[in-house]
Design a protein around this ligand. Structure first.
Ligand code: KG4
Ligand code: ZN
Length: 408
C-alpha cells in the first residue's frame, strides 16, 4: 500500500542512507514501535539492523494478578497513564529524536479493543505531529517474526505461537504471508494456566506471589509428580492442528474440588498436592501442544511447505518461555529433523521491540507503510494469514507414537 502523494515515503524508501549522519546507528533507518494490545505498554526504538537503541516497558501484570484477571477498562486506564512516559523513555534511552525516525509501527490488531485504541490514538497523533509514516502491525505476525531480529531465519518456517490470548500454528512464508494450520477452539494455554493457578490460589504460595500463572505452575511442577494425576491429552480423536484447553481445565477443576473435599479444606486454601497438580497440568498442556505441532510438521512435509535449506520450528509467545514445554517440542523436532528456535523469554512476551522489528521488516520491503494522514482503525479480532485448517483436518494425518519422556 503506497500512497502516491506521500513524498516523504518516497524519499525514505529510495534513500536508504537518509540517516547516515546519525552516529549511533549510521546508515540505518530507525523505527519506533508501540505495543498496547493487552496488558503491557511497550515502546522501543530499533535500527534497521535489528539493534535495539532504546526500550521501555510498563507491565500491568501485578495489578491484574490482584484483581484475578484483566479488566479491560482498567487496562485502558493504565495504558493511558503510561504511554506518554513509556514512549518518551524509549526515545530518550535511544538518543533518537522524533525527527530522526523513519517510521512509527504500532499494534492495531488483534487484542483488547480498549487497549488497542490507546496505542493507536497516541501513535496517530504522534505521526501527524512529526510528519512520519505509520505502519500498522498485526500482533501475532510480530510475535512470529521476532526471531529474525535475533538470528538469520529464512522463509518459510513453521511457527507455534502460544500465549495468554492465543494458540496457533502457522507457516510464515513472508513478512505479510502466513498460512494458518491450526488455532484455539476455546481458550489459549496461557489463559488455562492462569485460571488453574488462580483456582489453586497459588498467589498465596510463598514462592509464587509475584509470578503469573504459567510461571507459578512451571516452578511448582519441578517438585511435583506428573503421574499422580492423569489428565487426558485433549482432542486425541481429532486429527487436525487446532487446540482446545477448556475440557482439560474442567477436568483439572474437578480434581481440585475432589481434593479439597478429601483434605477437608475450603476453596482458597493451598492444597498439599499443588506440586503434583501443577506437574500433571503442565505435562498435559505440553503434550497437547507437542502433538498438534507434530501433525503440523508432517502436514508441511507432505505438502512441501517447508522448503528452506534448514526446516525450522519457531516457538514464541508468553507460554514459550516454559522450559518443560520447550523440551517436549524438542523431542518432536528431533524426531522429525527440524531445527527448534525459541527466542529468549524477554522476546517471547509482549514488548515494543517486536513491534518495532515488524516495522523494520515492512519498511525494508515497502509493505503496509501509510502516510501520517491516513485514518487507521483497530481490529480486536483479526485472523493470521490464510486459513487452511480445513485442509489440514481433511488430510487426517495420524501421528506415529513418540515417547514423550520429558526430563524435568
Ligand atoms: O505473550 P504474553 O506476555 O501475553 C499475551 O498473552 O499476549 O503471554 C502471557 C501468558 C500468560 O498467560 C502466562 O501465564 C504465560 O504467558 N506464561 C507462561 C510462562 N510465562 C508466562 N506459561 C507457561 N510457563 C511460563 N514460564
Ligand atoms: Zn502477545
Amino acid at each position: 500500500m503506497f500512497h502516491p502523494k506521500a513524498n516523504i515515503l518516497l524519499r525514505l524508501l529510495q534513500c536508504r542512507h537518509a540517516l547516515c549522519s546519525f552516529g549511533k546507528a549510521s546508515c540505518s533507518r530507525l523505527v519506533l514501535g508501540i505495543e498496547t494490545s493487552c496488558d503491557d505498554t511497550g515502546a522501543a526504538v530499533l535500527a534497521e539492523t535489528g539493534a535495539i537503541l532504546g526500550e521501555s516497558l510498563h507491565s500491568q501484570k501485578e495489578i491484574h494478578l490482584r484483581t484475578g484477571g484483566i479488566i479491560p477498562p482498567v487496562a485502558q486506564r493504565l495504558h493511558r497513564e503510561n504511554i506518554e512516559r513509556v514512549v518518551q523513555e524509549a526515545l530518550e534511552r535511544s538518543g533518537v529524536t522524533p525527527g530522526q525516525l523513519s517510521a512509527v509501527a504500532t499494534t492495531v490488531k488483534p487484542g483488547l479493543a480498549l487497549s488497542l485504541g490507546v496505542g493507536l490514538e497516541f501513535s496517530q497523533r504522534f505521526v501527524r505531529r512529526h510528519d512520519k509514516p505509520f505502519i500498522p502491525i498485526h500482533h501475532m505476525e510480530a510475535h512470529a517474526l521476532t526471531v529474525r531480529m535475533l538470528q538469520p531465519v529464512a522463509f518459510p518456517f513453521l511457527v507455534l505461537l502460544v500465549s495468554g490470548g492465543h494458540s496457533l500454528l502457522a507457516v510464515a512464508r513472508g513478512v505479510d504471508d502466513f498460512l494458518l494450520l491450526g488455532h484455539a477452539l476455546d481458550e489459549a494455554p496461557g489463559d488455562t494456566l492462569d485460571k488453574v493457578a488462580r483456582r489453586l490460589s497459588l498467589i498465596k504460595h510463598p514462592q509464587c506471589s509475584t509470578l503469573n500463572g504459567g510461571q507459578a505452575i512451571e516452578l511448582l511442577a519441578k517438585d511435583g509428580d506428573r503421574m499422580r494425576f492423569r489428565f487426558r491429552t485433549p482432542m486425541g480423536q481429532t486429527p487436525d492442528c487446532c487446540f482446545s484447553f477448556a475440557g482439560l481445565r474442567n477436568h483439572i477443576t474437578m480434581t481440585i474440588v475432589k481434593k479439597e473435599a478429601e483434605e477437608g479444606v475450603e476453596q482458597g486454601t493451598l492444597l498439599t498436592c499443588v506440586n503434583d497438580i501443577a506437574a500433571a497440568t503442565q505435562h498435559t498442556v505440553a503434550s497437547h501442544l507437542a502433538k498438534r505441532t507434530h501433525r503440523a510438521i508432517l502436514f508441511c512435509k507432505a505438502n512441501g511447505l517447508l522448503t528452506s535449506g534448514s526446516p525450522t520450528l519457531v516457538v514464541s509467545g508468553g507460554v514459550a518461555s516454559n522450559q518443560y514445554i520447550r523440551k517436549a517440542l524438542a523431542i518432536i523436532t528431533e524426531a522429525t529433523g527440524l531445527r527448534l528456535l525459541c527466542p529468549p523469554a524477554k522476546f517471547c512476551t509482549d514488548n515494543g521491540v517486536m513491534i518495532a522489528w515488524n516495522g523494520v521488516e515492512r519498511l525494508r520491503e515497502g509493505k503496509g507503510i501509510l502516510p501520517p494522514s491516513v485514518d487507521v482503525c483497530y481490529e480486536p479480532k483479526a485472523p493470521l494469514g490464510v486459513d487452511i485448517t480445513a485442509e489440514v483436518k481433511a488430510a487426517a494425518i495420524r501421528l506415529p507414537s513418540v515417547r514423550m519422556k520429558i526430563p524435568n
